[in-house]
Design a protein around this ligand. Sequence first.
Ligand code: BTN
Length: 324
Amino acid sequence: MGRKLRLLDMLKAEKGRWVSGEALSTALCVSRTAVWKHITTLRSEGYEIEASPRRGYRLMGEPDALFPREIRAGLCTRRLGQGIVVYREVLESTNDRAKALAAEGAPEGTLVISESQTSGRGRMGRAWFSPRGEGIYLSMILRPRLSFEEIPKLNLLAAVAAADTLADVLGLEVRIKWPNDLLIGAKKVAGILTEAGMEMDAVDFAVIGLGLNVNTREFPEPLKQTATSLFLCARRKFPRVPLVRNFLERFEKGYLDFLDKGFGPVLEGWKRYGDITGQWVEVRMLDRKCRGRVLGLDADGFLLLRTPGGGTQRVLSGDVILKG
Ligand code: BTN
């Protein structure tokens, strides 16, 4: 760990109490001028550090930035976020960067996190509104031994993990709109985009991208009608680092359980948040749509419909509209 971070740790350990410049310079084996330079850098990163000629320095506030070191502190995962974490102020899309890294051989557990995205992508070619510092835009690289057909299961797994995270912090009812939209009330608060890279006929990697609207105060038209954020629902700001940690821990646990015990627990999770069994729906896909009564999800996470003609239709992905 570099000196700047050791200095930060010393200030954090004192929890708002003063630490003398002399104590810092002795512990770090640097001059008082070097201490001051590190303080200036930390301030420019958003740490609120008071300075007093007689008493030294004290930490009065931390930035709501998704710095890898802040996420890692106290993160209880085996792999996710413990190795490579790419953190940027701006990226076109965290999924695109994660796919490029995965293609270059980045290991399972690698994360890509950005404070904003200029071309954040959603399903069906849609854009994902990604204003700076207001949401969570992260992508995870996985290298599961799964067939291509099984990749959508990871999508549902991520949706259940994100719903569990929101249920933990919010105390508001969260629903999953199959396959992977998270709704509060009738509006969307988060979405998941899962993409896979193939090598011959096996899955080489999967990239799972989470977009979560955390402290967004206003959405542009026409998103206003359909999107919401935790801030708009709860009328308070949420620190983002604990949300990221909670999601990573829940996702990894679900992922390891899935690899070990199969898809059953994920399906149970979906039932907690999104059961629309028995309802009439229309499912709009990129090139077609279909209607039917929902029979439930099959063992692979596909939506099963009883069509008006009495047949059964298996749907992989699409926009579900309830028809009452
Ligand atoms: C959807 O609901 O259509 C999925 C939205 C997924 C958005 C996230 S934000 C982080 C990651 N990077 C992207 O470009 N998209 C996903």
